[in-house]
Design a protein around this ligand. Structure first.
Ligand code: FAD
Length: 348
């Protein structure tokens, strides 16, 4: 890992495709690769034996360097780390990233390109696919072979099996919750021999890259676990009735070390910001425990949490559809149940 060597990309002529080789587009924050990107590596692993997996990171300065080192030691299946170090990548804007993917693909001839299906991947993949003239397969939840994939359709009410018959590379976005990262032994050995720098001179000459600019990031600084990866999620729906009442959900989450989620109705009513929305048009979660308070269980909500290991629903309507997917259901008023839970649950 010592040397950062230059990967020379001198030709625009497409290199012939390697047998099974995957380029994983990785997102990083604070010098660490995001868990969702490690899930993309897990997905790449399941494409088949002998797959050589390269991780592509972009950014600038210290945080990229730290992330590259983390990438190199983060997963034993990764054999190469590629970094694009430029001010153009300080923020993950889709245009320069898409050009980067195109550039790296031309040199590397990968058979597959994979990213997690978060806002990062969803932003970049369609543009990169257009540049490569291929059609991506999105939201893959299971890989049955190098060209056979399963993905949910109709808000998760049906699963479709897709055989990719298009030209290489085959581009996928995967649902991170369907490819959990296996915990690695403490003495994990890295299989990455070097961190290679992508030659970006072609991009430097390309002025079409600056069509969008980064304005600002508004995010809540919280001690809480990230909603997408939390072991426990406590969700409030329209039944919580107000932003003020939602503080009860916060308190409960605080007490049991959970992330807070919400339905779209709760978000639309202004109880909480929309980054807490779980569902078809929100985040997809699969925690060990999902607790839903005042949530009816519309299919669009279920689509985002149905893979949770244990689902607990509290609703005052015994016929609420949420009870059809719940492992434990309590017909009751959340304004009685939550204070009682707060009183009786031990501190985390
Ligand atoms: P409601 O359906 O109004 O249910 C509130 C529930 O609270 C009721 O069951 C009621 O019995 C219960 N309740 C009320 N008071 C109490 C009390 N005191 N104690 C206990 N229970 C109580 N929704 C999502 O959540 N996520 C999505 O990503 C999403 N995407 C969508 C995409 C599309 C294209 C469309 C059309 C819709 C989408 N929706 C989504 C909206 C979805 O259809 C539902 O409208 C929404 O999930 C309902 O939210 P809710 O359960 O909070 O509200």
């Amino acid at each position: 890992l010592s040397a950062f060597k230059n990967l020379s990309i001198t030709s625009r002529i497409t290199t012939p495709f390697r047998s099974l080789s995957t380029l994983v587009l990785a997102e990083h924050e604070g010098g660490l690769i995001k868990t969702s990107s490690l899930s993309a590596v897990e997905a790449a692993k399941s494409l088949g034996g002998g797959n050589s997996i390269s991780l592509l990171l972009a950014g600038s300065g210290r945080s990229l360097k730290d992330a590259a080192e983390h990438a190199a030691s983060s997963h034993p299946s990764v054999s190469q780390v590629l970094i694009a170090d430029s001010d153009k990548f300080t923020y993950p804007l889709a245009e320069p990233w898409a050009k980067l993917v195109h550039l790296v693909q031309q040199s590397g001839g990968y058979s597959h390109i994979i990213a997690a299906s978060g806002s990062f991947g969803k932003n970049i993949l369609p543009r990169a696919a257009a540049l490569l003239d291929i059609s991506p397969i999105t939201d893959v939840t299971k890989i049955s072979g190098s060209n056979l994939f399963i993905r949910p359709i109709y808000a998760g009410n049906a699963l479709s099996t897709v055989r990719y018959m298009g030209s290489s590379p085959c581009m996928l976005s995967i649902r991170a919750t369907s490819f959990p990262v296996a915990s690695e032994p403490a003495d994990l050995k890295s299989n990455v021999s070097s961190i290679d720098k992508v030659d970006l001179s072609i991009l430097d000459e390309d002025d079409s890259v600056g069509k969008s600019i980064y304005v600002k990031l508004s995010s809540q600084i919280s001690e809480r676990p990230d909603l997408g990866n939390a072991r426990i999620v406590v969700t409030g729906g329209r039944g919580v009735k107000s932003a003020e009442n939602f503080k009860m959900i916060d308190k409960l989450a605080e007490k049991i070390g959970a992330a807070v989620g919400a339905t779209r109705a709760a978000v639309d009513a202004g109880f909480v910001p929309n980054d807490l929305q779980v569902g078809q048009t929100g985040k997809i979660v699969a925690p060990e425990l999902y607790m839903a308070f005042g949530v009816s269980g519309a299919i669009q909500h279920i689509a985002g949490m149905r893979d949770s290991k244990v689902i607990v629903a509290i609703n005052k309507d015994a016929d609420a559809p949420i009870f059809q997917v719940a492992d434990y259901g309590l017909v009751g008023d959340l304004f009685d149940v939550i204070p009682e839970l707060l009183e009786k649950l031990p501190e985390k």
